[in-house]
Ligand binder design. Structure first.
Ligand SMILES: Nc1ncnc2c1ncn2[C@@H]1O[C@H](COP(=O)(O)OP(=O)(O)OP(=O)(O)O)[C@@H](O)[C@H]1O
Length: 581
């Protein structure tokens, strides 16, 4: 009876089975930190990383011994690498040690010196590799350094330098609040945060006066900027004060529903750089920010469009393109030309765990065009299988998937309790809100208590559910709203009750476990309609290759398999592969 009822409940999920939409990935020749940025010996000593081979774009960096499949350290940099050896101040190093971060991760050891060097930076590194502190630490270091300078500076220099404000853009409110917590957790000897970080989300704007690091969604920032009374020129002062802009989950921000807002913000910041550069060159710095006609540059349409912006949820709708934006983006070479004509006064940092590069419309393609001078730092396992991850694959039908799901959850709760606290944390992913609710009901029917997390639950309730799960463990049934960026320590088991609808979502989901050097288990339930994507991912994992061979269009994906004479483990050739639903 239970199975019958539960099967019928799950049947409503059948319609939610996805049609695989998978994105193209970086080619194997990752762009890397150009040698000119970092002295090679510094890089190899500080990160104790073997060089792989010199490439046109710099040096391929590989974790020591990880390439031969041994269990060598693949998260933390070598013992000899310390925060201060990367150029970070003693006070920040102490603050990091006080929160348990005793030495840098491999990615932090590579990106912190690059960001401190001052150019635009792209950090493309696997999930759970420590990218957030990888950009927060240099931002805090730069802020503290300018604080020291301005305390001893003349009033004139203070006036011209403005305060050093950093801006971090994230795709949703939950991630904004997570970044703020991480920044404010770094404290000085008195227990005071080294910097004042504050979220600017929703319509309430900034709740903290003069924060040093502002964390916002693109829409909330645009609403704030356009709500400022242009007559008072505070918008210009605000933009002038922003010295560094971080785009976290950059692949999501640069495509789909966020792209328009992001391009508009980049235009505003670059326009301010040009204005300041003209002033400096005309040696008329003494007129200060008040005389800039930045407001006059905003067309009526821009102001109108911005004022109607609504808060975007974390919608990963992939390749939506806006022609107007595309034409703006196409001017990348113009920006390159123009940027060469003016002095740089802001730094742009792009951070992502997945960064598709093939194709003009991908996030990587956009970055190559808009920021051709950027320094790229690539993680050792970008788009690759995490060596600390154990993966179970279970093919199911609508008749067997309920049993398989209940078995996976119960096995996981039994065998994967966190060694320290004895608490097991399992995340169960579904592709739609309806499927997540149905799965929670099915598990409840099997006496398994669940915590739900998806966009139909209020932000307050989601926040409470997240805290409850972090503190007490259990089973967390969610959609991809919980797949990106959320850092929930000690997730021991990720279950895909429905297989991800894209290779990118797959990487973010499985990346919720085996983070920060820990081990993890993933159980993926899949059906006949997912076989193509599953086979491509399994093949890449078995060969230790990045999964960027998955493509965004079904047809090209199948053609690609045919061209490669792709054969599944059961010997079926690609032309016998079923057409995905
Ligand atoms: N140097 C370090 N030493 C120990 N733990 C660290 C270090 N740096 C970061 N961590 C921990 O690693 C976990 C993952 O960090 P973070 O969320 O920044 O990863 P990420 O690369 O941004 O992941 P994602 O791409 O999924 O957002 C966090 O719990 C963080 O506290």
């Amino acid at each position: 009876m239970l199975l019958q009822r539960s099967t019928s409940m799950l049947n409503i999920c059948k319609t939610s089975f996805y049609s695989p939409k998978i994105f193209s990935f970086l080619p194997n020749n990752h762009y890397l930190v150009p040698l000119s940025t970092l002295s090679f010996s510094t890089l190899s000593n500080s990160c104790s990383l073997k060089t792989h081979k010199i490439r046109a774009f710099g040096t391929k960096i590989a974790a020591a011994a990880a390439r031969d499949g041994s269990e060598a350290e693949t998260f933390l940099a070598e013992e000899s690498v310390s925060w201060t050896s990367l150029g970070v101040s003693d006070s920040i190093s102490r603050a990091l040690c006080n929160v348990g971060l005793h030495r840098p991760s491999l990615v932090q050891a590579a990106c912190i010196p690059t960001i401190l060097a001052g150019g635009d930076v792209v950090v493309a590194a696997e999930t759970g590799s420590g990218k957030t502190h990888g950009y927060l630490v240099p931002l805090i270091h730069k802020f503290c350094s300018t604080l020291d300078v301005s305390e001893s500076a003349s009033d004139d220099l203070k006036m011209r330098n403005h305060r050093y404000v950093s801006l971090v853009l994230c795709p949703n409110v939950m991630l904004c609040e997570q970044v703020v917590r991480m920044a404010n957790s770094l404290c000085d000897v008195t227990g005071e945060p080294l910097v004042k970080a504050a979220a600017m989300c929703g319509r309430q704007g900034l709740l903290v006066k003069d924060p040093d690091i502002i964390v916002s969604t693109p829409v909330a920032l645009l609403n704030y900027l356009y709500a400022i009374d242009p007559e008072k020129h505070r918008r210009t002062d605000f933009i002038r004060g922003v010295k560094c802009v971080v785009f976290d989950e950059a692949d999501l921000l640069l495509c789909g529903s966020f792209q328009n807002h992001i391009i508009r913000l980049i235009n505003m910041f670059r326009f301010d750089e040009k204005q300041l550069s003209r002033l400096q060159n005309a040696d008329a710095g003494s007129r200060g920010a008040a005389s800039f006609p930045v407001e006059s540059s905003d067309t009526e349409e821009d102001v109108q469009a911005a004022s109607n912006l609504e808060e975007d949820e974390d919608t990963d709708d992939g390749s939506v393109e806006d022609a107007k934006t595309e034409s703006e983006v196409k001017n990348g070479k113009d920006w390159r030309r123009v940027r060469k004509m003016y002095n740089r006064s802001k730094q742009y940092i792009f951070v992502a765990a997945t960064l598709p590069l093939n194709g003009k419309k991908t996030a990587g393609g956009t970055l190559k065009r808009m920021f051709p001078e950027a320094h790229w730092v690539s993680g050792n396992y970008l788009h690759c299988q995490n060596p600390r991850l154990e993966h179970k694959w279970v093919e199911v039908t609508t008749d067997t998937q309920v049993d398989a799901l209940i078995n996976a959850v119960t096995d996981g709760l039994k065998t994967n309790a966190d060694s320290a606290s004895g608490v097991a944390r399992t995340m169960v992913f579904a592709n739609t809100v309806e499927a997540a609710d149905a799965i929670a009901k099915i598990l409840a029917g099997a006496d398994i208590t669940c915590i739900r997390y998806h966009s139909n639950i209020s932000l307050e309730a989601r926040t409470q559910n997240l805290v409850n799960f972090q503190q007490n463990g259990g089973v967390f049934v969610c959609t991809d709203a919980a797949a990106r960026g959320l850092d929930i320590p000690n997730i021991s088991h990720v279950i895909q009750a429905e297989f991800a609808t894209s290779a990118i979502d797959f990487l973010h989901r499985v990346g919720r476990t085996a983070r920060a050097g820990q081990h993890g288990l993933v159980t993926s339930l899949f059906t006949e309609s997912n076989r193509d994507l599953v086979a491509a991912v399994q093949q890449a994992e078995e060969r230790g290759l990045p999964v960027e061979n998955a493509f965004s269009r079904k047809r090209s994906f199948r053609n690609k398999l045919k061209k490669r004479g792709f054969r599944r483990q059961d010997g079926a050739s690609s032309d016998q592969l079923p057409i995905p639903a």
